[in-house]
Design a protein. Structure first.
Length: 178
């Protein structure tokens, strides 16, 4: 689902005017986009959840700084981005992507998670954002492009580039054979 900047602006403007009921609407409306975006930055589902929650706290605390009529979506995405970057610095956590293996033990899952983290680091941040939003956020290329502010063809190119790089890395490591 595309998140409309005008709708976000309406929620933020109402919140700024004292309508606290709009917060829940903003949260429900924009949570999935923010989660997918932050996941693309952090690579970790638990960290992404924490960052998105912190983002919403910062939105509430900083609502007086918001200028109604501006791009509310860009404003909350920038808050999420800054929060993610600061969170990683504060926590000094290893960035991992969640990976569930039903038949394997905890040691196997840790090794696989470390490998996924290692392999995703082969991508540029922009490629990782598109790849993660497409794969985990289940956004299509049009939605990714609209929400991140670039063309659909750019989103498609970044995704194809990411897949190509990952395939080469996996082949090099002997994980897949062609």
């Amino acid at each position: 689902m595309k998140v409309d900047a005008n709708i976000v602006d309406g929620y933020l403007s109402s919140m700024r005017s004292g309508d606290s009921g709009c917060f829940e609407s903003l949260y429900e409306y924009s949570y999935n986009l923010l989660y997918a975006y932050v996941l693309s930055l952090t690579g970790d589902g638990f960290t992404a959840e924490d960052v998105v929650q912190d983002t919403f706290v910062k939105i509430i605390n900083g609502i007086t700084k918001y200028k109604p009529g501006t791009n509310g979506l860009a404003w909350i995405i920038q808050i999420a981005k800054n929060t993610a970057l600061n969170y990683d610095d504060k926590q000094k956590r290893i960035v991992v992507v969640e990976y569930e293996a039903k038949t394997k033990g905890p040691e196997d899952r840790i090794a696989e998670t470390d490998y996924i983290k290692y392999i995703l680091k082969k991508l540029s941040v922009k490629e990782r954002q598109v790849f993660t939003m497409y794969l985990y956020g289940e956004y299509n290329f049009r939605e990714i492009a609209e929400n991140l502010g670039f063309s659909v063809s750019c989103a498609e190119r970044r995704y194809k580039s990411a897949v190509k790089k990952l395939k080469i890395a996996l082949e090099k490591d002997g994980v897949i054979y062609e």
